[in-house]
Design a protein around this ligand. Structure first.
Ligand SMILES: NC(=O)c1ccc[n+]([C@@H]2O[C@H](COP(=O)([O-])OP(=O)(O)OC[C@H]3O[C@@H](n4cnc5c(N)ncnc54)[C@H](O)[C@@H]3O)[C@@H](O)[C@H]2O)c1
Length: 348
């Protein structure tokens, strides 16, 4: 039995605690949460769990083998480092840290102290992503040409991270899991409608070594929630609509036929419109899979698919994208300002 402690009982923490409490491999020993009301809620729901205020007190306990961190991003690095230094296995929420340098330090530390460092990229344990990976791996899609993701909603505005750092980790972890390719260029632009310097809409484009391109439309400013992810392959195309309960994945036997250059008499492409197939997607809660995986990795039964190294890759892209985003915001602001200056001069 792995004895576990959870830090952070806000929005996501209760989902983690529920799944850890149900898992036969774990015993939830303690929880640390700063807010009094949340501590009261936790005590009401889990009378056998010690509810504390101070995270360091939880981390220091000798009756805890593993620590789960579900606090805001700015705390991930310090809490994870503290827990690893105390010899605990760690499952930390995504993204692993606020910078590449921090993520590198955590990965190196986990290796040095020989503890498991895992990051909760929950989507990797959804039935849909498992099915997508199987389809892609089987070669049924052909060579992957593009990913196109729309992850938009009205909010939820986060106080500490912009919509890039909040939403992109999901798509980045999924694409990395499915494509396993190197990114050669990153472009990003966006807009701050609500809070100055806090983009609430971001368009992110990634160029891969294999010629594939990924475009992510991320927004907290949409009137409706959309979770639509498309993959275009040379043989088939796939749409994953995460909000569609019955047909989350549709595979289109549709594409464009390419003829060798020598046979081409015209550049008009040949369209192939074929059948649509919707594989059955298991409906189990993804977090239950994450929790089971954490146990199996700790006990050496599985290699992690969401380890520190893969989480570091995600943060590397986020950091590059953040730089491009800031450059784009500054360039647009400068152009707008010079335009306004002309208007002021001409009195228009
Ligand atoms: N994997 C997913 O699909 C998913 C979904 C939602 C959120 N998250 C991640 O979970 C993390 C938390 O997000 P949230 O929406 O639950 O935030 P939240 O603000 O609702 O909850 C965080 C809680 O942590 C507590 N806290 C902060 N610092 C603490 C400390 N040092 N000691 C004890 N308690 C502390 C706060 O009081 C708060 O209650 C974020 O990293 C977020 O990205 C992941």
């Amino acid at each position: 039995m792995i004895r576990v402690g959870l830090i952070g009982y806000g929005y996501w923490g209760p989902n983690l605690l529920r799944n850890f409490a149900l898992a036969p491999q774990f015993q939830v020993v303690a929880l640390a949460e700063r807010k009094l009301e949340s501590r009261h809620n936790a005590s009401r729901n889990y009378s056998a769990v010690d509810v504390l205020e101070d995270a360091s007190e939880l981390i220091a306990r000798s009756d805890i083998d593993a620590v789960v961190i579900a606090t805001p991003l700015e705390t991930h690095f310090t809490l994870t480092r503290e827990a690893l230094n105390r010899g605990k296995h760690v499952l930390v929420e995504k993204p692993i840290s606020a910078s590449t340098a921090e993520a590198e330090e955590l990965v190196a530390l986990a290796r040095r102290v020989d503890r498991v460092l895992m990051v909760d990229h929950t989507f990797l344990f959804t039935g849909a992503v498992r099915a997508i990976r199987d389809v892609a791996k089987s070669g049924a899609l052909g060579k992957i040409c593009y990913f196109d993701s729309m992850r938009v909603n009205l909010g939820l505005f986060q106080p500490d991270v912009n919509c890039l750092w909040d939403l992109a980790p999901h798509d980045l972890s999924v694409i990395d899991y499915v494509l396993q390719d190197e990114i050669v260029a990153v472009e990003a632009s966006g807009y701050c409608h609500v809070n100055h310097n806090m983009p609430d809409m971001v368009y992110l484009t990634l160029h891969y070594a294999s010629d594939a391109i990924a475009h992510l439309n991320l927004s907290w400013m949409s009137p409706v929630k959309v979770r639509r992810f498309a993959i275009g392959g040379t043989r088939q195309m796939l749409i994953w609509d995460d909000l569609d309960h019955d047909q989350k994945i549709r595979i289109y036997n549709t594409g464009i036929e390419f003829h060798p250059d020598s046979e081409r008499v015209t550049i008009i492409p040949q369209y192939r419109i074929g059948d649509i197939y919707s594989p059955r997607v298991p409906q189990q809660e993804a977090l239950a899979g994450v929790v089971e995986h954490f146990a199996n990795v700790i006990s050496g039964k599985e290699r992690s698919i969401m380890d520190g190294e893969s989480a570091l890759k995600v943060v590397r892209v986020l950091e590059q994208a953040q730089k491009r985003l800031e450059a784009s915001l500054a360039a647009v602001a400068a152009r707008r300002e010079s335009r306004h200056a002309i208007d002021r001069k001409t009195g228009t």
